[in-house]
Ligand binder design. Structure first.
Ligand SMILES: Cc1cc2nc3c(=O)[nH]c(=O)nc-3n(C[C@H](O)[C@H](O)[C@H](O)COP(=O)(O)OP(=O)(O)OC[C@H]3O[C@@H](n4cnc5c(N)ncnc54)[C@H](O)[C@@H]3O)c2cc1C
Length: 389
């Protein structure tokens, strides 16, 4: 096989290992987890034991040291099998571990990378009851003391928080809103710190194997070393850098899940008969299958392009947002077509199409809604135009 510059033989082995491991967990396993809203303990353990929970962490810290393209392809492989696990792993390594890479001190990296590589779970706390899209409007405070910081506030909808050992918590270190959102700093907060409590897991529409809950911080005391990178006022910038990574991950997940839904629709269309023949023979069914294929192919091309650019050191803020918007909206169209191909069966919980439809809906909401990312893309285009004219 011809290897691209980003596809070392070792990486292809890892990706094939991930694919084989995913295949060991049959559809029935995921269906039951969905019904029971259970955390996929056995799957997470199998991936951790095989070393796949640490793919972005540098090799010297016990990880696989993947670049962005390789990481996102791995996420794509996992998401085809299990989108809820994509959320778990993407927050753990794509958001938390990568924030340490972008801005962590050596001590923070030494402490947490080996622990994350060893299977400990992390979370990323930006959203609050009063601020989601308007994330810089957060109200959690971090007040400096003689020997560290005191954090108070509530974080909402935080993925992994019920199982997390640590969280990257964005908090306000100035009462005023400062230019470039420098009133926000990021803190690495161990969850055994007194004053932290985690709410009940919220009941969600889909991806029930991935759990979200509130984090309530009531005068949580952490040492000075908890400040990410030891730098005041950089929390928002680091959160946004992690979100570039997160958006490529959501785009890859949506692309993979659309492919899964289309594969399922193609199989069903060849098996189900109406008017004495397989429904796949009808051109209006073929139109839905063909349009889905066209959509997925476009997203796959975007995925390859944006990840290569990221690895080349380009600022991919706008392109990662574009990929996330296109892939998540496209996935919505494809899972909808999949339900349509299944007909009445597509509306029943017993069939996969119904679960695909529910699982896919979140991709258009978290890590930047479609509307917020459209605004962001337009803002950068207009700024660039103004600078050039
Ligand atoms: C399953 C799940 C997991 C999550 N995991 C995490 C996590 O791990 N960490 C974390 O920090 N957060 C997490 N979130 C939060 C998620 O990122 C937010 O829900 C999301 O950013 C939207 O914020 P919001 O819910 O407050 O919606 P709002 O900001 O209230 O938006 C509501 C609607 O208004 C629109 N809107 C808002 N402002 C504008 C505007 N200026 N112009 C046009 N339209 C606008 C939005 O697009 C949306 O349609 C998670 C959420 C869910 C549901």
């Amino acid at each position: 096989m011809q290897l691209s510059p980003y596809d070392s033989e070792h990486f292809l082995e890892i990706r094939e290992g991930v694919r084989r491991l995913c295949a060991e967990f049959p559809g029935e396993y995921w269906r039951e987890l969905d019904v029971r809203r259970e955390y996929p303990t056995a799957f997470v353990k199998a991936l951790t034991d095989a070393g796949y929970l640490s793919v972005l962490i540098p090799e010297e810290y016990g990880g696989a040291g993947m670049n962005v393209s390789q990481y996102i392809k791995t996420i794509h492989t996992i998401s085809y099998a299990m989108p809820a696990f994509r959320s778990i792993i993407s927050i753990n390594i794509g958001m938390f571990a990568s924030a340490l890479k972008n801005g962590g001190t050596e001590a923070q990296q030494n402490e947490w990378w080996p622990r994350i590589a060893g299977g400990e779970i992390a979370c990323f706390g930006l959203t609050e009851p009063g601020s989601g899209s308007d994330s810089a409007g957060l109200q959690t405070t971090a007040t400096q003391t003689d020997n560290g910081w005191v954090l108070s506030g509530t974080k909402r909808y935080i993925t992994n928080s019920p199982f997390a050992k640590v969280g990257l918590i964005m908090a306000r270190t100035s009462k005023e809103n400062l230019p470039k959102n420098s009133h926000v700093s990021a803190f690495v907060v161990p969850f055994d710190a007194p004053g932290i409590s985690i709410g009940k897991s919220d009941k969600k529409m889909g991806q029930s194997g991935s759990h979200i809950a509130d984090i309530v911080m009531d005068d949580v005391r952490v040492g000075g070393e908890a400040l990410l990178g030891g730098e005041l006022g950089k929390g928002f910038a680091y959160a946004m850098m992690s979100l570039d990574n997160g958006r490529m991950s959501v785009g890859a997940a949506a692309t993979a899940y659309a492919r899964r839904a289309l594969d399922s629709a193609v199989r069903y269309a060849t098996e189900r008969k109406a008017f004495g023949e397989p429904i796949a023979n009808f051109q209006l069914i073929q139109q839905m299958l063909a349009q889905s294929e066209i959509d997925i192919y476009a997203a796959e091309c975007m995925m390859d392009d944006v990840t290569r650019r990221a690895d080349a050191g380009e600022n991919v803020l706008r392109k990662a947002a574009a990929f996330k918007v296109f892939a998540s909206e496209m996935c919505g169209r494809v899972v909808d077509a999949c339900v349509q191909v299944y007909g009445g069966a597509g509306y029943l919980a017993e069939y996969d199409a119904e679960r695909f439809f529910r699982d896919a809906r979140i991709y258009r909401i978290y890590e930047g809604t479609t509307q917020i990312l459209q605004l962001q893309i337009a803002k950068h285009m207009l700024r660039e135009f103004a600078a050039a004219n």
